[in-house]
Design a protein around this ligand. Structure first.
Ligand code: MN
Length: 238
């Protein structure tokens, strides 16, 4: 199983969460919302061979944490994974759109300087703008749009730009989400929980539901679905 977007450091008990995640046998991308959270979060998972930690700066707090950008740049040498980053155009955050854009742009440029990273990207109410940034920074790495909720034309543009997608239970519950998933290239799809936010703290249960529902859309068994997802991950991280 693969959870390519999970906030292990924000569980009620991160130490238990990481040990539980490790025992589950799932491959996990443990994303962080601030550069300052990265060292501790990475240290917790350092003996877990299937957990990778990403350094992030969440767009919803970009205006509060932009002073951590130098730390972000410094930490980029320690990991190939970046997230959670991106833009949020929701009504509580759109007033910080310029700060978000400058933070996101600075991160993408640094990633390009470092030869490209694997990026877990938030694009809520801002898919077109996120895609503009990715288009301007083609060497920033492989973008994985997490919980994509844009329009059909934004989805098509994301596919044309080579984006990957990580999908979870909330997308599978909505008919628009399922229609989007059906259009995504199957070789560029991974699963996620966004735990503890989107699907509670039981990662395994959530991933099982997600794999099963995804198999329904792809019209294949859960076993075949998992095989495809594992191949995708292998290709991505090779
Ligand atoms: Mn998240």
């Amino acid at each position: 199983m693969i959870d390519f977007h999970c906030h292990l450091d924000l569980f009620k008990n991160p130490i238990d969460a990481i040990s539980c995640a490790d025992k589950s046998g799932a491959y996990i991308l443990s994303v962080t919302n601030t550069p300052k959270a990265y060292p501790t979060t990475a240290r917790l998972a350092k003996n877990c061979k299937r957990i990778r930690t990403a350094v992030g700066l969440h767009p919803q707090i970009a205006h509060l944490r932009q002073s951590e950008l130098p730390l972000f740049d410094h930490l980029l040498d320690e990991t190939n994974y970046v997230g959670e980053i991106g833009l949020d155009g929701g009504k509580d955050y759109s007033k910080f759109v310029e700060i978000q854009a400058s933070v996101f742009s600075s991160i993408l440029k640094k990633c390009a300087e470092k030869g490209g990273k694997i990026l877990s990207i938030h694009s809520r109410h801002a898919a077109s703008k996120v895609l503009d940034h990715l288009e301007k920074n083609p060497n920033s790495g492989t973008p994985i749009l997490h919980w994509f909720s844009g329009s059909v034309s934004e989805l098509n543009r994301a596919i044309d730009l080579g984006c990957w997608f990580s999908i979870g239970e909330p997308m599978l519950r909505s008919s628009k989400g399922r229609a989007h998933i059906a259009k995504m290239p199957q070789c560029r799809v991974l699963t996620e929980t966004d735990a503890p936010f989107a699907s509670g703290e039981d990662i395994v249960k959530s991933l099982k539901h997600t794999i099963e529902a995804l198999g329904h859309i792809w019209n294949i068994s859960s076993i075949e679905t998992e095989k495809k997802l594992n191949n995708n991950l292998r290709f991505l991280v090779k």
